[in-house]
Design a protein around this ligand. Structure first.
Ligand SMILES: [Zn+2]
Length: 328
């Protein structure tokens, strides 16, 4: 068993003990507690389950952005540790796999030298339209070590990868109408390599991909999460409007128009770009660049934990609402 899975299991059993304690405390809490209606107990159980899931999500960020992973540069040992960790979580959730493996390796050239990266891909079959797919992506690679300094990449993009794992956990227990593919992609830094590979050699026909949901930097802000994509696919706007009106954070649409100043149009800025080029609608979730962006200070300590949890919940609501609709 790999270290991360041991950690995950240890955390799960701790949380289970905590949950048991909560139930015990409620039961021993005097007459009020005993007489509480069943609905209140259900709400408590839901809150405890959500807190447990959130703790696991934060633990994913903590692990992926630890110094021991040395910034997860594509092809490095730290990158492989991240890949193994993600694979271990997929396995623990019993995500379905294509061709008997979660790993989808690809080669690329750097100065006449052939190097390798690998996406980590699993899926949850849909209950009503299994041949139509929503593809969730997040890149797990980052910049590695530069001038002796580890670029931990907590926000960029341990946060999006952790969000992807939380969504995989939710939807593996509660399958959606459409199938959901979870693609943790490699090599975003330096050319969207993993996403380009996924789209050019896809596990299912690109024409059957209804939507790409890309997460890249979702933990480093106090209130505003951007979502790009509706400029290109107008039918997504009402979906995003509805989720925004009920979100704990501000979900702001934008950063997707070619009329914006250079750099402000994020249409090709992350792994949703190759999907867009292939004609797949996308929603990209991310925050504005910040002082720790692509710096050694992008660490677990500088993210906003509550913002991250609210962001993941917001993305989940977008998927649920979109899943209730047909192809836009
Ligand atoms: Zn990134």
């Amino acid at each position: 068993m790999t270290e991360p899975i041991t950690r995950l299991n240890a955390m799960r059993s701790t949380l289970r003990r905590m949950a048991g304690l909560c139930v015990l405390l409620a039961a021993c809490g005097g007459e009020d507690a005993v007489e509480r209606p069943a609905a209140a107990a259900e709400v408590d159980a839901e809150a405890v389950a959500a807190a447990e899931a959130g703790a696991r999500g934060l633990d994913h960020i903590r692990f992926l952005s630890a110094d021991s992973l040395e910034g997860r540069l594509i092809g490095s040992e730290g990158n492989r540790k991240a890949r193994d960790y993600i694979e271990g979580v997929y396995r623990s959730l019993a995500l379905s796999m294509y061709e008997g493996t979660y790993l989808d390796p690809f080669a690329f050239q750097v100065n006449d030298e052939t190097r390798e990266g690998s996406n980590v891909v699993g899926y949850v079959e849909g209950t009503e339209q299994p041949d139509r797919y929503i593809v969730v992506t997040a890149h797990f690679d980052h910049l590695g070590v530069r001038d002796g300094e580890i670029y931990n990449g907590a926000d960029d993009n341990a946060s999006g990868t952790a969000g992807l794992l939380m969504l995989a956990e939710h939807f593996s227990a509660n399958p959606a109408r459409h199938s959901l593919i979870f693609a943790a992609v490699d090599g975003e830094e330096g050319g969207l390599r993993g996403a380009r590979h996924f789209v050019s050699d896809p596990p299912v026909p690109v024409a059957d991909m209804m939507l790409n949901v890309n997460l890249d930097m979702i933990s480093h802000n106090d209130s505003v999460l951007y979502v790009a994509g509706a400029y290109h696919t107008e039918s997504l706007k009402p979906v995003l409007d509805a989720v925004a009106s009920a979100s704990a954070i501000t979900l702001r649409q934008g950063h997707d128009s070619p009329d914006l100043p250079r750099g402000d149009d994020w249409t090709m800025a992350s792994d949703h770009g190759p999907f867009h080029e292939a004609g797949v609608p996308f929603v990209y979730f991310g925050v504005e660049d910040h002082p720790d962006y692509h710096r050694a200070s992008d660490t677990f300590e500088t993210i906003n934990q509550q913002f991250f949890l609210d962001a993941v919940e917001t993305v989940k609501q977008v998927i649920l609402r979109f899943d209730g609709l047909n192809r836009p």
